[in-house]
Design a protein around this ligand. Sequence first.
Ligand code: MG
Length: 390
Amino acid sequence: MKRVAIAGSTGSIGTQTLEVIAESKSQGDELYELVALSVNSSVEAVIVQAQNFKPKIVVVANESARKIVAKELAITDPKIEVAADVAQMPSIADVVVNGVVGFAGLSVTIETLKAGKRLALANKESLIAAGPIVAPLRKISGAEIVPVDSEHCAIHQCLRSSQNVSHDVARLLLTASGGPFRGRTKISLEKVTIQDALKHPTWLMGPKITIDSSTLMNKGLEVIEAHELFGLDYQCIDVVVHPQSIVHSMVEFRDGATIAQLSLPDMRLPIAYALEYPQRSAVSFGAIDWTKLSRLDFEKPDSDTFRCLDLAYAAGRIGGTAPAWLSAANEIAVEAFLAGEVQWSQISVIIEATMQHHDGLIPTQVEDILEADKVARRWARDLVRKEVAS
Ligand code: MG
């Protein structure tokens, strides 16, 4: 039995990981033992999860939330330990699923790799912000990242057709649905509402990543994520818009052949893949009914209207702490948009203006990343305030 820990267990990835575990159990396969859950502050939801799945540890970051969870579980399930820190999760698990939203997922990424365990990574921000710090940790014996982000999971699968990746690969092609505003002009996007931006055409996801999809920042962050995961230069990573979200990404090889991974948009497939790799999961998610699939479309992304894609390429090429700045500025801008403080069209403006202040620091330790994140957030908040005032 594989011991699984889930960080961010009440979010979209966390709940779908629990579905994969439950589904496998309902088919009679006792493949997984859920050993740990972690949340920030979702009290009610994590209590129910703990009561259903009986993990060994429940980590609750927020102190007052932790007290409530501890009090409740002491009555219903006194064997479950309620803890404050994610650091002890990897030691009792074989796989840690990182489904935390945003930069807050960094400690899970670092602790899991340090413990020499498999990281099933859905939290792209930790890898993007801390690429130079995470890279050496991947050399630790037993440490490995299996991507859960659907595009990178697809590339991970496609690359298995090559015996010599650095020799064989010509380029990676990340597919993008284009989000809810695909085909729209700059002017028509000036007054879109939060509800409009939250209407993703193909994927059901949390609000932060759904807004990121509407600006194409999600794809921009994924370009940096692909660079970090697979070690290819930015000139060998391209984005193609594919509105059906059936082709999850592709790899083009030197001889002209392209290998793609296709399935219906269902995150449970990449989650199960990351749990079972190098085997294939016995539980099937997202298999295609070819009698119903009539077409697959592809087009060039509109990087003039959706500025965030180029901003991400630029930050990726600068490297160092630039991706950390980009991701931090984006988190602040998206928060401000979701709070109704700024317009959707101002998100890219705030990020671009924040990047103007990037200090070029080369990170050598985690503290440098935390500091870069803090400084970038301060600049971004300042710029939000200015936008609100104007
Ligand atoms: Mg993705």
